[in-house]
Write a protein that binds this ligand. Sequence first.
Ligand code: ADP
Ligand code: ADP
Length: 226
Amino acid sequence: NVILEAKDIVKTYGYEDNKIYATNHIDLQIEEGSFVAIVGRSGSGKSTLLHILAGLVKPTKGEVYLEGKSLYEMNDHTLTRFRRRRMGFVFQFFNLISTQNVLENIVLPIHLDDGEIDDDYLNEIINLLGLEEKKNSFIYELSGGQQQRVALARALASKPAIIFADEPTGNLDAKSSKEVVDLLKIAQRKYHETVILVTHDQEIASIADRVITIEDGKIIQDTNHI
Ligand code: ADP
Ligand code: ADP
């Protein structure tokens, strides 16, 4: 089953002589429950593609469908709600709220959406991510690896259809990096999550079922590892 589909995605920046094709006619289908890594050098267009797939940046041309729904035909309000309900995000710089504790950060997207909190599930993911002892800690009391585990718990809390991870290990040491991608993999398996991971690190990418290589805004390689 295809969960995410991108059709002829073009994103340009600048005009005329200075025009850059950050993504240059990209077509993509992502299978439900798969773990996909998008790799490429700095400036190749990975982040732009991820942001377009996640409804964060409108493409110049083309359309993205998540669960059959066209993202860029939705109005901003509908898209924001759809993102909160169906997508989880993990970023390089964690994007946690430092003045709130771990638990408050994890349930924030559910609160923003007036959603119901499933306490059993919440405790399960907190345990899975090794955060049971940190529930009441403030974000600034945590290491980078712990902060990224909080971000991952937050991404999982709303039981999304898909998790987008943009260089989630970019700010972590080797040990924490391995821990975080292993946990992403466990989340994929346990909850049948679809995961899209952007990384410039080939070793990190090797955990994926499928590795898509981007160069100059184009897919130059697409390899299955299962
Ligand atoms: P990567 O994530 O692989 O490092 P990006 O998607 O960030 O690549 O960038 C792809 C290309 O688009 C680069 O040439 C970059 O300079 C350009 N670019 C990205 N975002 C912008 C922007 N907001 N304005 C202008 N150019 C941009
Ligand atoms: P970068 O990849 O450039 O280092 P981030 O991954 O932190 O930066 O953020 C990329 C883009 O996504 C930014 O333009 C930011 O405004 C947007 N963004 C970050 N967090 C969220 C969020 N929770 N909801 C919506 N947009 C976000």
